[in-house]
Structure formats: C-alpha cells, structure tokens
Design a protein around this ligand. Sequence first.
Ligand SMILES: NC(=O)c1ccc[n+]([C@@H]2O[C@H](COP(=O)([O-])OP(=O)(O)OC[C@H]3O[C@@H](n4cnc5c(N)ncnc54)[C@H](OP(=O)(O)O)[C@@H]3O)[C@@H](O)[C@H]2O)c1
Length: 437
Amino acid sequence: MAEALRIGIAGLGTVGASVVRVLADKAAELTRQCGRDVVVTAVSARDPKRDRGVDLSAAKWFDDPVELAQKADIDVFVELIGGDEGPARACVKAALDAGRHVVTANKALLAKHGVALAEAAEKRGVLLNYEAAVAGGIPVIKTMREAMAGNSVNRVFGILNGTCNYILTRMEAEGLSFEDCLKDAQRLGYAEADPTFDIEGNDTAHKLAILTSLAFGTKIAADSIYLEGISNITQADIRAAGELGYRIKLLGVAQRTESGIEQRVHPTMVPTASVIAQVNGVTNAVAIETDILGELLLSGPGAGGNATASAVVGDIADIAKSRPGFQHGPVFGRPAKELRPYKKAQMRSHAGGYFIRLTVHDRIGVFAAIARRMADNDISLESIVQHADGKEALAQKTVILVTHETTEAAVRKAVEGVTKDGHLTSKPQVIRIERAE
Ligand SMILES: NC(=O)c1ccc[n+]([C@@H]2O[C@H](COP(=O)([O-])OP(=O)(O)OC[C@H]3O[C@@H](n4cnc5c(N)ncnc54)[C@H](OP(=O)(O)O)[C@@H]3O)[C@@H](O)[C@H]2O)c1
C-alpha cells in the first residue's frame, strides 16, 4: 500500500472539527477507496485549550497556521479559517509556495485571490481543491470542471445562500415579515449575528464569481457583479408573486450575452412550477445550461459542518488517489494564465421580464399615466393589475405590472418617469423575472 497521506488542518471550527471527525469515523472506508491511509498529523486554531469534541491527541499543534503550512510534515494543507485576507490568505499562499496540495472551503479568499493562487498552484504542480467553497456539500465544482468537459455553458444560476432561502421560504409559507424571519434564522444559527453579508448578497456573489470563471473560462471578477439583497422584499411582493404564478428567490446568475457576460445577484421571480422554485429552506441549488447536456440542476445542503466536511473530505480523497507524475487538471478548468479577461455586460442592457409594484395616489388619470410611461419606453405589458390597499383604500392603490421581455434601461427610465409624475406614495419595487424550467 502507498504511504499514508498526511493532512494538516488550519481552522477547527464548525467545518474543521467536522472534517477531523469524518476522517476519523470513516478512516477504514477512506483507506479502501484511496488505496492508502489518510491521517491528520497537524492542526492549528486560535485556542489550544478549547474542547472541540474530537480527538486531536495524535496531531501536532501549531499556534501559527503559516508555520504549519511551511514546516509541518504534511502532504496536504486544509484551510478552514475563513476570510479573504489575514491568516487564511497567508497560510494558503505559504502552503502552495512550499509545494503542498491545498484544500479550502474559503469562497471569500478565492473570489478575491483565486486566479493568483491558482497560478501559484499550477506553477508548483500541486492541487488547489475548493469543492466546499460553492454550495457547501453539492459537488458543483467537480461537475463543472470534470464531468462537463467539452460543454459550452450558456447560463449558470442558483440559490447559493441558505440563510436568504430560509427567510424567503418562511415569508411565503407563514406570511411573516422579513425582520421576523431574520430573527428566527439568527436564533436557529442559520444567520450570523451580523447577517449583512448573507442578506445583502455578498456571500452569493463570492460563490457566483467562482462559478462564472469555471463556466466561461474567464478571470474571476467578483467586483463586477451587480448586487441587490433581499432586505427590501415585503409580504406585498411575496403575495403578488404568488398570485402571478411566481416565487421569489435570491439568485446568483451568470449568463453569456452578445455584449459580454452578465453576473448578477438579486431577488428574482421564478415560475412557481419550475424546479428551482421548489428548493426551500436552507437548501441550495445550482442550475447549469450547456449546449451538449442541456439543463442540469443540482440541489442539496449548502452549509453546515457535515455537509461541508463531505465536500472537503472528497477533495482530500481526490488528492489521496492521485499519484506523482499524474498531470492534475487546472484549478479553474483552464490553465490560470489562459483565463480570458472578464468582459462585463452592462446591467442596463440586461433583457428579461420585470415585475413592477407601484403604490399610487388613488386619482383619476394615474393608471393612464403609468401605461403611457411604459409605452414611451417600448415596454409591452403582459399584465397590469390594480387593487385597493387595505385600510387606506380610499387614498391609495397598488398597481402591479408584469412586462414582456424588455431591457433594464427601459424599465429604469419608465419607473423614473412615473416617479417624476408625482403619482407614487412610496418607493417603487422592481423585481426581475428569470426564465427557469
Ligand atoms: N460553516 C459552514 O457551513 C460553511 C459552509 C461552506 C464553507 N464554509 C467556509 O469554511 C471556512 C470555515 O468556516 P467555519 O464556519 O468552520 O468557521 P468557524 O467556525 O468560525 O471556524 C474558524 C476556525 O478558524 C480558527 N482561526 C481563526 N483565526 C485563526 C488564526 N489566526 N490562526 C489559526 N486558526 C484561526 C478558529 O480558531 P478557534 O476555534 O480557536 O477560535 C476556528 O477554529 C470559511 O471559509 C467558511 O466560509 C463554511
């Protein structure tokens, strides 16, 4: 049997401790599958005294993860600290420079420094595996990088943040407000104490940036992503969506267009009958549309110790099965030096259907004025519905418009016009509609 594969793990929190546990519990099975033992020989975290519920007695402790990366007797360095700079970046870079394979779950790090790290890995001929960084336990990286070779991707989109999907699911199922659902998500441990990163879409954007690079062979461009979170979604939107045959999801979408690649994260209306609309609660899903395969949808647990550890252990097992001299595939599917510059499609040229909810003064001529603004901008309407608004029924009305395919520029101009006309009693709501099977 080949020599044991020695693992060093930096970060022993939710994911790190789970990885140690899975590697111990499944040691015999992993040995059978990999043809060699996989053993944790070194670990690092901040607090050496904390009981992490796992046996670390056989592993050497390092206070400094960079020192572990450089000096420990290991073949694979596993980074489970988190963050796009600081110790996570320093130790991953140190491990690659020292010629060690790296496994990480760190989407923030890859979204910012992925290309440079991939170049470093490829220069040294080592692997940089990151299955857990996108959609937790769902094997989407492996699917796109390996199983879809030769396919040209047209669009990849998904529910990539469990916190947002949990909130939107409960808002719809129980008629609760965004704020109440967020509080529950925090109480249940689905959302951080500071949930901004999740609910404003940044976490989804990090994952989308990685998927875009894999899908289109372009450099990672997380800063070019159009970003809107879910904190403005109200019960009125959820109800109107339901009446019109849609469900609201926070989607990350990357799409090839004539003018470049669109990358956008925003609340999105998807047909209630579509497969992605059925993905509820903390579950994640990724849909990939290609020329050869057609549409594929993967769904499953996107976070949590066990699910994320499953992906990390899968990455470790791939390294255990590889052999010296075996030419590893490039980190982002193409050699990092050959990744094309990202050509951004302007958000203004985004084409699609739109949901527009307007709260207007209940006056004669308002309806006609709104219709005129739409027509002036060549927006053709699929439906227009108005209804009285609860207790203020005599004073204001809600008007809901659903457009046929139009452009973002036209919708922005039309809504600006309606706002200037002085008919609105509150901020207009605009939600993009996404085609989904
Ligand atoms: N949690 C999930 O469901 C999930 C899912 C997918 C991906 N991820 C990613 O996985 C990574 C880890 O997430 P997590 O939830 O496990 O985080 P976590 O529970 O906060 O754990 C972080 C760990 O890093 C250690 N650490 C922090 N600073 C350190 C330093 N300077 N030197 C050494 N160790 C240090 C901490 O040590 P102490 O324990 O001593 O404080 C802790 O063990 C992140 O990149 C995250 O984005 C997480």
